[in-house]
Design a protein around this ligand. Sequence first.
Ligand code: PBG
Length: 330
Amino acid sequence: MINAQYPAKRMRRLRSSQWIRDLVEEHSISIKDLIWPVFVIEGKNKRESIASMPNIYRYSIDLLIEEVKKAYDLGIPAIAIFPITPNEKKTNCGKESYNPDNLVCRAIREIKSSVPKIGIITDVALDPYTSHGHDGIVKDGIILNDESVDVLCQQALVQAKAGADIVAPSDMMDGRVKEIRKALDLSNENTMIMAYSAKYASAFYGPFRDAVNSSSCLKGDKKTYQMNPANGNEALHEVALDIQEGADMVMVKPGIPYLDIIVKVKEQFKTPTFAYHVSGEYAMLRAACDNGWLDYESAVMETMISFKRAGCDGILTYSARDIATILVNK
Ligand code: PBG
């Protein structure tokens, strides 16, 4: 296209030096936008690496507390805790998920007493606890909806009672937000709900499933409950339902391949909207950077600004502590 106003209109004037670029900058990323997902294991003084997620570790509760303290000192407002359940505790209906003394509940209580001011988010889904790796109960090869929701409510309740500030249903069963809200209210728990509303059946969760040790158990795929990556309108229906059912915040997941969905959700609902920059996205970035093909600092900051530009209020990212360190030293 011809620029009819040229030479009077020259877009490059506003890019000519750093101070003017700063002045006209439309978006920014702050440490306050970050949620750090962490993996917790049983035991004491344990730190395990995860092959597909370089620089990310599974920590026992005692060591995790030290890491969470560092995150809090950097200014990170919240963490999301994911437990690794020993295989012998996994069952078809995932009953360990609502044991009030399970690993995640113990982690919540101990972190709350050591780092009381950091926000704690917990995942509500059965996959860390089921022998088949699905997010719900399986019968004759079918993932049962309403029976799973009953268990999810019990799971959300033990997490809330242990001190979780936000429960985040990531299971994609129909109607779960409504039932979880009801269960929380009946117990006088004022816990917030961050709904994984538009969660796609994605190839990018692979490293996470390695991290929580559910990839070896998973039978089949999650396509009967997680969304088809080809669909956009459907995400808006999911978000609308979750808001009606009582979600305080919504999430789109994964992040970068679904920026278009984030834009639409924010434009239509104007509700607090989060993105999960998932394990596979982290692994891709890290692998390219570790090979010297991309510069980690600039690639990760460009990734974060894309979420803000799309309309996100916050981002769950394994890079949260790295980003906070970059921002603190700026
Ligand atoms: C469990 C859950 C998953 C993730 C978050 N919660 C995996 C899945 O649905 O299979 C993925 C997070 C990531 O890849 O970083 N329901």
